[in-house]
Design a protein around this ligand. Structure first.
Ligand code: GMT
Length: 375
């Protein structure tokens, strides 16, 4: 099938999932066209059936806000006609589903009928989408998609609770290429980061308030009081400076490394002993799944869809949002004994296999068939 994928090309989970989906679909023989404003960060593998079309929005002084939706819908129309694209898959309702709907309408006026699948990722629903300013447009875009998917049951429930949805929502969980994670390209260079005795604790996110970065520091502080440990903070975001200041005020700044954004998280996860994700909200928690696939147990909150990914007492532990004492106690339960740690590492890897690309991508192919039959 010829599929156009619209996504945010940045380090956010939705862009990563969309990119990995496009790569997996191309490996299964589909022709994939990424249509977005920048080459997606994880799209380093070009092949004859992966294409990237940039949406550019010319700077015009009259516009206080540049009209990205207009540029995107026009680009979609052009690309569908030029490459005979058969299906639009838009990731993130705002503004992609809205722009996709406009493109569909413009194409329909020329007698080209193309199905649109919308995948809801979380922040588009629970943080941004439920805002009164956006609500009518998001509700409309969801109800006018041919098929709607969400990345967890929890996000589906939230969407039905927050919006007046008439469409059925199919749950298609996020996925991971287990093969790739099990066999990283490079050797694991643990010695670069810590001494043999130190446990390595990792957090990866866009360091936004919703990730509760201060809780990450609090949990780590409690761990490092009991055993030698290092904390690796991967990502960039608005809470970084506050977190650095908290580390300084606790006198642990030498044990916490802020590594910035990385395209090679496998290289960091390969030597990590524990992953922390104490988020306020999390529709799925792709970063937790990536950690598990690398054999890293997860200490997380029980927000949103996290319990669908991180299994209590198996791949790690879950606690109420903000309960840093419980999270630290659970972390120590895993870390203090070498055998327990080895067992959790193995179990985390095993759990991640439920989300292997080979199991989940066919679900999207079924969704595409369903969408094709509905136009
Ligand atoms: O979590 C973020 O800040 C990024 C955000 C996004 O929209 O890219 O992630 C959301 O989508 C991911 C992929 O489906 C999910 O794994 C994340 O849980 C979800 N984030 C939230 O719900 C806060």
């Amino acid at each position: 099938m010829k599929i156009a994928i619209v996504c945010y090309p940045t380090f956010g989970g939705s862009g990563v999932v969309a990119t990995e989906l496009g790569i997996a679909l191309s490996n299964r023989g589909h022709e994939v066209h990424f249509i977005t404003y920048k080459q997606p960060v994880r799209l380093d593998l070009f092949s004859h059936n992966i294409h990237f079309h940039e949406v550019s929005v010319p700077d015009y002084p009259l516009f206080h806000y540049q009209p990205y939706e207009l540029a995107l819908s026009s680009k979609l129309v052009d690309m569908v006609k030029l490459h005979k694209i058969e299906l639009l898959h838009v990731h993130y309702a705002i503004p992609h589903a809205y722009a996709g709907y406009m493109a569909k309408q413009m194409l329909a006026s020329e007698n080209i009928h193309i199905p649109m699948v919308t995948t809801l990722h979380g922040t588009d629903i629970t943080l941004v989408g439920s805002h009164p300013f956006y609500k009518p447009a998001v509700t409309f875009s969801i109800n006018n998609s041919d098929v709607v998917t969400s990345v967890s049951q929890s996000l589906k429930d939230d969407t039905l609770r927050l919006f007046d949805i008439e469409k059925e929502i199919f749950v298609v969980p996020n996925f991971i290429d287990i093969e790739k994670h099990a066999n990283p390209y490079t050797e694991c260079q643990r010695d670069l980061m810590a001494t043999k005795e130190e446990r390595i604790i990792t957090h990866i996110s866009n360091l936004r308030p919703v990730k509760r970065i201060m809780d990450v520091v609090e949990i780590f502080d409690r761990i490092q009081k009991e055993m030698p440990a290092k904390l690796l903070m991967v990502g960039e975001g608005p809470e970084k400076e506050k977190a650095e200041a908290l580390c300084r005020s606790k006198g642990i700044e030498n044990k916490v490394l802020f590594l910035g954004n990385s395209n090679e998280i496998d290289k960091i996860l390969c030597f990590s002993d524990l992953f922390l994700l104490p988020s306020e909200k999390e529709s799925f928690g792709l970063a937790a799944l990536e950690a598990m696939a690398c054999g890293v147990p997860v200490i997380s909150s029980n927000a949103g869809g996290l319990s669908e990914v991180n299994k209590q007492g198996i791949s790690g532990f879950l606690s109420n949002v903000g309960d840093v004492n419980d999270m630290a106690a659970n972390a120590l339960k895993i870390l203090q004994n070498q055998e327990t740690l080895a067992m959790f590492k193995e179990q985390a890897k095993d759990e991640s296999r439920n989300f292997d690309t080979d199991k989940i991508v066919p679900m999207y192919e079924e969704v595409y068939e369903h969408a094709r039959n509905s136009v």
